[in-house]
Design a binder for this molecule. Structure first.
Ligand SMILES: Nc1ccn([C@@H]2O[C@H](COP(=O)(O)OP(=O)(O)O)[C@@H](O)[C@H]2O)c(=O)n1
Length: 467
């Protein structure tokens, strides 16, 4: 029987009522979360500038963007105060959930610059990859979320409002045919919707773009992409299936010391070209790492098997699902548990896989979000609304505490020891952060989700030519 406590603990994966493989999970309306952002106008296009640009250059860039938006959205609405409002809808089809971001932009009259007025955000679990064998359910998920767009965007604007969906690790990890089936269903739902459906509106995004676009979102929202700022921040994104690291290197040696050129990406951003260190590790997201730690990766056809780990409480035994597959998992009743043993297990998922950039320390500040944030909240390290600063050693200390006192934690979250140990290992032995490195744990910046979605909409309106 599905344990409600797991749902309350924010862990939908440990809660499945039967063992049927690839049974399409029911769409749980209660999982639909809504976050209406207060209309605190955010400087949007005023921030769309880069370090070193003059104000004159900035003006030109902004006009460029305004023109390109105007060409996509002809005849924007014009309220009484002569402001023009326009909307854009971005779907994030992640491995653990599907989210809709409805952005409202304001283009003030003549000289004034457009601003991002607010973001409407909803999410539904599970992710679309759970519907590999019932793609019509993927279409249904998107149809449900589109209702949010219909409620947010005035009817008269629907046909001018672009809808775009980008899928990440969940669909990347699926067989091509299955992923295609899901994308086709989504495309069908878009096509029959009243919104503007641009070319390539439904695609799987590559990992490089995921990292770059998240970097753009966070640096844009924090104001670091404005003309005065000489500084940028790095991003650490821990998804369910993949994890991304992206930052602007300052030392030539960082560029020279990578094994292959895939670790760098260039893009144009309003008259400047940025070259970032970026990499997406498919299979190193938190849920995929759980699978690998349990030895359950590629366990197709082994549904009868019980996957054990010393990272789980000894007496724990349950079913756990990821990507539409349900696994039997348990602690090791005869064996030992504890931080040291668990760390050895998670180290295997990281060792020899994650590249350590030459330059990580120094002036690079990193914003860490998604599961870094969620699990830090679950572990009581930060406040779920405020977020906060943590040292890498804070993850390690809490991992030790959780793993060595498992009887205290299992009712709340049986995977907390494994997750905290993995996050510690990924940061320390993976990327090579020092224990004293301070990370900024963030869910939202200026009330907008810290995610690649905003960067992706900017890319949609103004091709950043990421390569
Ligand atoms: N807008 C978003 C998107 C994802 N997330 C978090 O990101 C984590 C998983 O990301 P994901 O399902 O997109 O995973 P990937 O497909 O990127 O690997 C979960 O902890 C989500 O709650 C978030 O907090 N806000």
């Amino acid at each position: 029987m599905c344990a409600a406590r797991h749902v309350r603990a924010g862990n939908p994966f440990s809660c499945v009522s039967d063992v049927t493989r690839r049974r399409p999970p029911a769409l749980d309306i209660m999982e639909l979360t809504q976050q209406m952002k207060p209309a605190v106008p955010l400087l949007l296009l005023t921030l769309l500038t880069v370090a070193g640009q003059s104000r004159a250059q900035v003006g030109t860039s902004l006009l460029d963007l305004t023109n390109s938006i105007g060409s996509i959205l002809p005849g924007l609405s014009r309220p009484a105060n002569h402001s023009r409002i326009f909307y854009a809808v971005m779907f994030d089809a992640g491995s653990t959930g599907t989210r809709i971001h409805v952005y409202t932009f304001i283009q003030r009259d003549s000289e004034e610059l457009p601003v991002l007025d607010n973001e409407m955000f909803h999410s539904i679990k599970p992710g679309l990859s759970a519907y590999a064998d019932s793609p019509e359910m993927a279409g249904h998920t998107v149809r449900m979320l589109l209702k949010v767009a219909k409620r947010t965007v005035p009817r008269l604007e629907w046909k001018r409002t672009p809808v775009v969906l980008r899928a990440t690790a969940g669909l990347r990890l699926l067989a091509t045919q299955k992923a295609r089936g899901i994308l086709d269903q989504v495309q069908h739902v878009f096509d029959e919707s009243p919104f503007l459906v641009p070319d390539n509106s439904v695609t799987i995004m590559n990992g490089t773009n995921e990292g770059i676009l998240a970097w753009i979102s966070v640096n844009f929202l924090t104001g670091y992409l404005n003309a005065q700022s000489k500084k940028t921040v790095g991003i650490l994104d821990l998804g369910g299936g993949s994890t991304q690291i992206t930052f602007l290197p300052k030392l030539r040696k960082t560029i020279e010391s990578v094994p292959i050129t895939d670790y760098f990406a260039r893009f144009d951003f309003f008259n400047s070209t940025f070259e970032l260190y970026t990499y997406s590790y498919l299979g190193n997201g938190l849920m995929a790492a759980r699978l690998a730690t349990l030895g359950a990766l590629g366990a197709e056809g082994l549904e009868w098997r019980i996957f054990k780990s010393s990272c789980l409480p000894k007496k724990f035994r349950d079913e756990w699902s990821f990507g539409g597959i349900t696994y039997h998992v348990s602690g090791d009743p005869e064996g030992y548990t504890g931080f040291k043993l668990c760390y050895q297990e998670v180290l295997k998922v990281v060792k020899g896989i994650i590249h350590q950039p030459y330059e990580l320390e120094g002036s690079n500040v990193f914003y860490a979000f998604s599961y870094y944030f969620d699990r830090a909240v679950d572990a009581g390290l930060i406040d779920g609304v405020q977020g906060g600063m943590l040292q890498v050693r804070d993850f390690k200390m809490r991992a030790k505490e959780v793993c060595n006192k498992m009887t205290k934690y299992p009712p709340i979250s049986p995977f907390l020891c494994m997750d905290m140990a993995y996050i510690t290992c990924l940061l320390k032995d993976g990327f090579g952060f020092k224990e004293s490195t301070v990370l900024q744990l963030t869910k939202k910046v200026n009330n907008v989700e810290a995610s690649w979605a905003l960067g992706a909409i900017l890319d949609h309106f103004h091709n950043l030519r990421i390569h």
